[in-house]
Design a protein around this ligand. Structure first.
Ligand code: ZN
Ligand code: ZN
Length: 363
């Protein structure tokens, strides 16, 4: 049988445990569980030691995981799941046990009460640190999710005309994603038209597009459990001089970042590549968010390309590059692409055209 992507991930975590001097690690986070096992159910506890790994779940999922999970001993837990964890730990003589920072207070209390002798300690980011570099299987899924974004944009174009409501466009995006084989949107799609576009996280509403509007559409596709993310800004019919100027500044800022991103560049430097151009152009105070974020199982995950973040970029990281300029109450332009850091630079995965002439839609 061919090796699944899960065995190397499990081994990498086990190495990391040894380095941290932990006997075992408890995994409750759904995204981390998916990363290690491919399991998408709502309940499981992974208890992973240096040489053994246990997958604890209840009767709802036991059949499913028995058939699929390699590398884990499957444990059916009936009632007190924390006591099941404690029992295994005792049998294996595991004492120092790490947990994720996202654990709930209730879960932690129950674990403590299950066996007071366990030395439970927060060991944050252990799996997230592995997830930051995507393997081949993950890159394949993300490429497909990115290509689906492009296909969605190609199909919704005819709707981008006066009289169409933001909500209508959002609905069409959702149904198109499903028709194209995506599982769902990676996050609630943003369709922000006219003055609404000045809010980077606008909640799509009932406003209808008008001639001369600018509309910003931020969408993502979830496919095979992985996300993609893209933003385009369009002009309905024509752009004013100011709109065009702002668009060109954002586009140039993005281009500078894309050209400069390569292994060894720090996240803060990447942010600066775009930000310094926007500042020079006089719009510095209107670029209020970071340049981008990592994308994978979660839509926002490390690394974060923002000021002060010293994380060094390296091959296999998947990131967004999304500069924007937002003039309150008036307009906003954001251009976002998904890219993977390569050995020599970065490769853009979302390919929907973005030069100014492509952004102006004839009506
Ligand atoms: Zn986005
Ligand atoms: Zn984004």
């Amino acid at each position: 049988m061919a090796e699944t992507p899960y065995e190397p991930r499990l081994k990498a975590l086990q190495h990391a445990l040894t380095r941290k001097n932990l006997d075992a690690y408890i995994v409750l986070d759904r995204s981390n569980t998916f990363y290690l096992t491919g399991f998408t159910g709502t309940f499981s506890i992974l208890l992973i030691g240096n040489r053994a790994a246990y997958f604890i779940t209840d009767f709802r999922y036991i059949e499913r995981v028995r058939a699929h999970l390699a590398g884990f001993t499957i444990v059916l837990s009936k009632r007190n799941h924390e006591r099941t964890v404690a029992r295994i730990a005792r049998r294996k003589s595991w004492k120092r046990i790490g947990f994720e920072e996202t654990i709930t207070y209730g879960d932690l209390e129950r674990l403590r009460n299950a066996d007071r002798r366990l030395q439970l300690q927060c060991a944050r980011g252990m799996i997230e640190a592995l997830r930051i570099k995507k393997d081949q299987a993950e890159l394949l899924s993300i490429r497909k999710a990115a290509a689906t974004c492009d296909a969605v944009f190609a199909r919704i174009r005819p709707l981008l005309r006066p009289g169409t409501a933001e909500k209508q466009i959002e609905r069409k995006i959702r149904t198109t994603i499903e028709r194209l084989g995506g599982q769902s949107e990676a996050f609630p799609t943003i369709v922000a038209s006219g003055p609404n576009s000045s809010m980077p996280h606008y909640e799509t509403g009932s406003r209808t597009l008008q001639k001369g509007d600018l509309v910003t559409i931020d969408l993502g596709v979830r496919l095979d459990g992985y996300c993609s993310d893209i933003t385009r800004t369009f002009f309905i019919g024509s752009a004013s001089r100011e709109q065009r100027r702002i668009y060109e500044v954002v586009l140039e800022a993005q281009k500078r970042a894309l050209e400069g991103i390569k292994p060894g560049v720090a996240a803060t430097q990447a942010d600066r590549l775009a930000r310094s151009f926007i500042v020079q152009s006089g719009y510095g105070k209107f670029f209020g968010h970071g340049l981008g974020h990592g994308v994978g199982i979660d839509i926002h995950e490390p690394p974060y390309l923002r000021q002060e973040d010293k994380t060094l970029l390296y091959p296999g990281m998947v990131i967004t590059i999304e500069p924007g300029i937002y003039i309150p109450g008036k307009m906003g332009v954001r251009i976002e692409d998904l890219a993977v850091v390569t050995d020599i630079g970065c490769e853009v995965l979302t390919l929907t055209p973005k030069d100014f002439s492509a952004a102006v839609l004839r009506i």
